[in-house]
Design a binder for this molecule. Sequence first.
Ligand code: EPZ
Length: 430
Amino acid sequence: MDKFVIRGGSPLVGEVEIGGAKNAALAILTAAIMTDDYVLIENIPDVSDINVLLEAISGIGAATERIDRHSVRITGSTIGAVSVDYEYIKKIRASYYLLGALLGKYKHAEVPLPGGCNIGSRPIDQHLKGFRALGATVEIRHGVIVASAENLRGAHIYMDMVSVGATINIMMAAALANGNTIIENAAREPHVVDTANFLNSMGANIKGAGTDVIRIRGVEKLHKSEYMIVPDMIEAGTYMFAAAATRGDVLIKNVIPKHLEAMTAKLVEIGCEVEEFDDAVRVCAKGRLGRTHVKTLPYPGFPTDMQPQISVVLSLAQGTSIVTESIFENRFKYVDELACMGASIKVEGNTAIIDGIANLTGARLCAPDLRAGAALVIAGLAAEGVSIVDDIVYIERGYEDFDQKLRLLGAEIEKVSDEREIRKFRLRVG
Ligand code: EPZ
């Protein structure tokens, strides 16, 4: 298994370009099959989650043509099957977006139930509730969700909890239903808005995305489109907090500062200087940062996908901080890894109590999931000495060229595959 080996202690300094949002691209690439015309999607991140989803889309017969690393042309006219193989769902949960897309377009879809994952059980009851409200019969047969409808009809749906995936999945199916649908208590994330904007670019009629009430007037069919994915707020936030952890000075380019406000606010609160430009933010941290309390919330609150990263920064802060994870039930597994570096963090239920210490020291670590893996790399960059982060396959699901981008910021980090290469790295960095 590939690993990252890191020699910490150098502040990150310089500029980094942010790519397209993985969680918008996963929804939009799926929605692209809802028309029989061709669709060109640009600014997609070249990460394994995207590449697996494109395999799933090809797997049901859609034509996908990779123009370059960040652009793909999709044509849904050749789709021959409305059932998705389990191998894809196992690799990438977001294949469940094919439920909403296929049900909307073909009024039938068969998609294996996604299991839980490293951060929680992650049921999809709200997705199924929405499809049923739109008039579909939804059954679970041998682990496969079978959804079908004579016709889908608009409905007034109140979500039991804010769910990004359910909001997007229901929005896709409703786009081609007869009549009007209202989704109340909808998710407001930028990737929900991006998906709505994309569907509208194909001729859908969706209003209110970005608020907690989304109104969809169903249309007969959708048409071709060319679309550019929104910048990834979580990739941007990860580099913002890496700058803070290493007391660096980094210009994060190609972002929408508005999407980063909850993260910017916390960085300023603990003592960073954050300067906003039209499409960039600059994060500068001098000296030891202060403590804070943070609770993860649906957008525009502090993102759960940034919870491990802020915990790493707070593990080095002056004083005791409290981090509360309100979205997922098992998102503190990285804490045991940080303890190997000397961090002083106690997890009680969905809360982590973090007593900041002056220095972390390098250690051998294992990435437990995508965002925690990125956070452990940040910890290695801030720590004294050499760290090795194993299982980086998780990190490569959502971060394009992670080590390359960090090296351009002055980090001493390399991707290695065996002990011999680790020894070479140690000899080189001294
Ligand atoms: C999306 O997951 C993201 N993934 C996650 O990012 C992100 O952490 C999450 O939204 C929250 O922002 C993608 O977009 C592909 P939810 P999703 O439905 O849609 C519960 C990453 O690192 N729930 O908003 O699955 C659920 O268990 C990933 O890029 C139900 O109970 O999240 C969770 O506790 C990790 N029933 C909460 O709601 C449902 O039917 C929020 O989940 C749906 C969700």
